[in-house]
Ligand binder design. Structure first.
Ligand code: HBI
Ligand code: FE
Length: 292
């Protein structure tokens, strides 16, 4: 876990919570964990992920083997979209997180999960943050969306609408799907970095799959410790970026007045449904309910 990483413990974070990655200090075991996770996910994601994700991996040479060195990623990323990756010790406060995104800096954990946590951990590690999130930052439209999201976040703090914005992040950046002629494809980092959810999200008959709608998503609850019961699909990254090019102030004003909230299994008359889920997985106790 992050707190047990001695390289993190030895540092005092800067005011913006950044630390040095200290790439030379990763152990061989840590590099081996990255490679094992990488090889496992590459096989699973093959036809399940959007092609832009693979383009990103190649552009950044994330397939070289071992934990990536942020300074090397950053040279390429700067040329491609002007984004940078910086290391942080743990989850950072929302305002600092948004400030970084608004300035095209993506924050990533330095530590990597242990062999006991290969399938699931709640705190984002370097595999989730870098393998999951960074490839799409090479794609100009998605890169613009992330910056717009950071700016929207700073505004949301003022209107007390952080919850609404966090849901947008959750259902797009973390658990988003994109529709294609060949069925749903994954682009969300939370799915991309998960062995089991990579398959569940696109193949299971259990969850609902619904077309993305900004306000609908901002008013939908989510699950943090098990597979999602609903996924939202976009047609393109352009659609996602376009959705942020409207006056968030009036949306926030409206949402801070109304307490309309949709449950994870709700299907609304206005929804464009791709797949109406059976919810069999959740109704039989889910993964964590069985484990605990
Ligand atoms: N900090 N390190 C880190 N990583 C995150 O993804 C993150 C965070 N702080 C806040 C935060 N995310 C949330 O506010 C957003 O998901 C909305
Ligand atoms: Fe994430």
């Amino acid at each position: 876990m992050g707190i047990n990483d001695p390289v993190i413990a030895a540092q005092t974070p800067a005011a913006d919570f950044s630390i040095n990655q200290c790439w030379d200090k990763y152990t061989n075991d840590e590099h081996a964990i990255w490679r094992d996770l990488y090889n496992q996910q590459i096989n699973i994601l093959k036809d399940r992920v959007v092609p832009e994700f693979y383009q990103g991996l190649e552009l950044l040479n994330l397939n070289e083997g071992g934990i990536p060195d942020f300074s090397k990623i950053n040279e390429k990323l700067m040329d491609l979209t002007g984004w940078q990756v910086i290391a942080v010790p743990h989850l950072i406060p929302d305002d600092v997180f948004f400030e970084h995104l608004a300035n095209r800096r993506f924050v990533a954990g330095r530590f990597i999960r242990t062999r006991e946590q290969m399938d699931y951990l709640q705190e984002p590690d370097i595999f989730h943050d870098v393998f999951g999130h960074v490839p799409l930052l090479t794609q100009p439209i998605f890169a613009n969306y992330m910056e717009a999201y950071g700016k929207g976040g700073l505004r949301a703090l003022k209107y007390d609408c952080l919850k609404n914005l966090a849901r947008l992040y959750w259902y797009t950046v973390e658990f988003g799907l994109m529709s294609s002629s060949d069925g749903p494809k994954i682009y969300g980092a939370g799915i991309v970095s998960s062995r089991t959810e990579s398959i569940f999200s696109v193949e299971s008959t259990s969850p609902n799959r619904i077309h993305f709608d900004l306000e609908r998503v901002m008013q939908t609850d989510y699950i943090i410790d098990d597979f999602q019961q609903v996924y939202f699909g976009i047609d393109s990254f352009e659609e996602l970026f376009e959705a942020t090019q409207q006056d968030f102030a009036s949306i926030y004003e409206f949402m801070s007045k109304s307490d309309k909230m949709h449950d994870v299994t709700d299907i609304l008359p206005t929804d464009k449904i791709y797949h109406k889920g059976t919810q069999a997985y959740a109704n039989t106790g889910g993964r964590l309910a069985k484990a605990s």
